[in-house]
Design a protein around this ligand. Structure first.
Ligand code: PLP
Length: 460
């Protein structure tokens, strides 16, 4: 088939898409004049659209997911083999890939013990919230039921996950929300809401303590935080922050829930983001990179101490975790996840992330020297952000149209980059990069050159 024939072939796909698919987080009016992007193939770091255009993907499937890159035949083989053997059985029973993946995962998470399977990051967080609520009921007579979340963090799309999300415009028009979720301030040092006179991390953590004291420590059951805020602007924690946060949680008997949906499985150069900061979480949730998008799987992981409270108590027949997720019993997820972990380990991808991440950050700092519009460069491993500002003194964020124009210009050059989500409060001005863990310096150079060109063209 010639390329022209192939393109004609896909023109029907594009028309069917335009006519019937409701795209995620998209303004559909534009598809009246512009063809929707339809991605049809991927290999390594690259994807191709239905018109035959090739792109270098600097955001791992658009939303920091395809950690080990596209076209991994061994994952496809592992999933196929498993599906032929046993595709599904409800997870009230065990499965071979489920048991093996849980063991492999816990081996990478000292201090953690139990894995609860579901299908998305939002769902994994919902499970965590239910665990916290049930502990509040069983242990504290319902009192310690509040869950604190942080301004600018995102924890998912379902109503309760949104209730715990610190991005106002994401929530706009979807209320009323689930009660019992309370916001604490973010810790973005660049925005220096606690001044520039030192100890920023400690001050940001103490701001959380203030909320706990205001709400009453005996009403607060858990604190949920991203180790590095992702969609809220790639916010790396200031020094001293996590030590203090951990201390505060301990002091008030508050469970620390770390949302690793983005950072999990290697993105920052360790298996999990929290492992950079010496954090000892009680609950960890993960999704995107767990199987790199080859199958839908998410996990809510707890310590044995948390799990212990759900062991059947003969005096209370309702004390076990009365939760189920039908597709948490799909075996494709853990089969893909196990092979995904093997790839990360056997190909030394954590080392590659550290090396390539340092290289990328260095290049982005060089870019900052050249472009006044870059106010701040942040990141850890292959997880970086460029915050764009009108003026470096005032730090006024550029208009969303600028970040979107830069994304569009990179796309025209054949490089897909991301930006803080379009339904964010005032800080939707950060360009986001999260290339696959396999990337090379040549590919990173191509990404940085595309951004350089785009910034020159759009911001002068
Ligand atoms: N938590 C974080 C930190 C996320 O970034 C996301 C999604 O972007 C979620 C949770 C929700 O995950 P999902 O879209 O799989 O429900």
């Amino acid at each position: 088939m010639t390329l022209t024939e192939q393109m004609n072939d896909f023109s029907e796909v594009i028309e069917n898409d335009r006519a019937h698919v409701w795209h995620h987080i998209s303004q559909h009016k534009r598809y009246e004049t512009v063809d929707p992007l339809v991605i049809i193939e991927g290999k390594g770091m690259n994807v191709w659209d239905a018109k035959g255009k090739k792109y270098l993907d600097a955001v791992s499937g658009g939303v920091w997911t395809v950690n080990v890159g596209y076209g991994r035949e061994t994952i496809a083989d592992a999933v196929r083999e498993q599906l032929v053997k046993l595709n599904y059985f409800a997870n009230s029973a065990g499965s071979i890939p489920g048991a093996n993946f849980a063991k492999a995962l816990i081996d990478k998470m000292p201090g953690m013990s139990r894995v609860y399977f579901s299908n998305s990051g939002s769902e994994a967080n919902e499970k965590a919230y239910k665990i916290v609520r049930q502990i509040a009921h069983n242990k504290y007579g319902g009192k310690k039921h509040k869950i604190l979340y942080r301004d600018r963090d995102y924890h998912g799309t379902t109503i309760t996950a949104l209730s715990s999300t610190g991005q106002l415009q994401r929530k706009d028009q979807y209320g009323p929300f689930t009660p019992g979720f309370v916001e604490v301030p973010h810790c973005c040092e660049y925005r220096s809401q606690y001044g520039d006179d030192g100890d920023y991390g400690v001050k940001a953590a103490l701001a959380i303590e203030e909320v706990i004291l205001r709400e009453g420590p005996d009403t607060v059951g858990a604190l949920v935080l991203e180790p590095i805020t992702a969609g809220g602007g790639v916010i790396t924690p200031p020094e001293g922050y996590w030590e203090k946060v951990q201390e505060i949680c301990k002091k008030y008997d508050i469970l620390l829930h770390i949302d690793e949906v983005v950072c999990g499985l290697g993105r920052t150069g360790k298996w999990f983001g929290y492992q950079h900061y010496g954090i000892k979480p009680d609950i960890v949730t993960m999704a995107k990179g767990v199987a790199s998008g080859y199958a839908a799987i998410s996990c809510t992981v707890t310590t044995e101490e948390v799990f212990d409270q759900f062991k059947n108590n003969p005096s209370d027949p309702m004390s076990f975790f009365r939760d189920i997720s039908t597709f948490g019993g799909c075996t494709a997820g853990p089969a893909a996840a196990l092979e995904n972990m093997r790839i990360i380990e056997d190909e030394n991808l954590l080392d590659n992330v550290t090396k390539m991440g340092d290289y990328l950050l260095g290049k982005l700092h060089e870019l900052k020297e050249k472009h006044e519009v870059i106010g701040d460069v942040r990141g850890k491993g292959l997880f970086c952000g460029l915050e764009l500002v009108v003026d470096r003194e005032t730090k006024q964020p550029v208009d969303e149209s600028i970040t979107q124009a830069v994304v569009g210009e990179c796309m025209a050059q054949g490089v897909i980059i991301g930006a803080t989500n379009r339904s964010f409060r005032e800080f939707n001005n950060t360009l986001c990069l999260s290339p696959a863990l396999i990337c090379t310096t040549e590919e990173l150079d191509e990404i940085v050159t595309a951004i350089d060109n785009a910034l020159s063209k759009i911001c002068g």
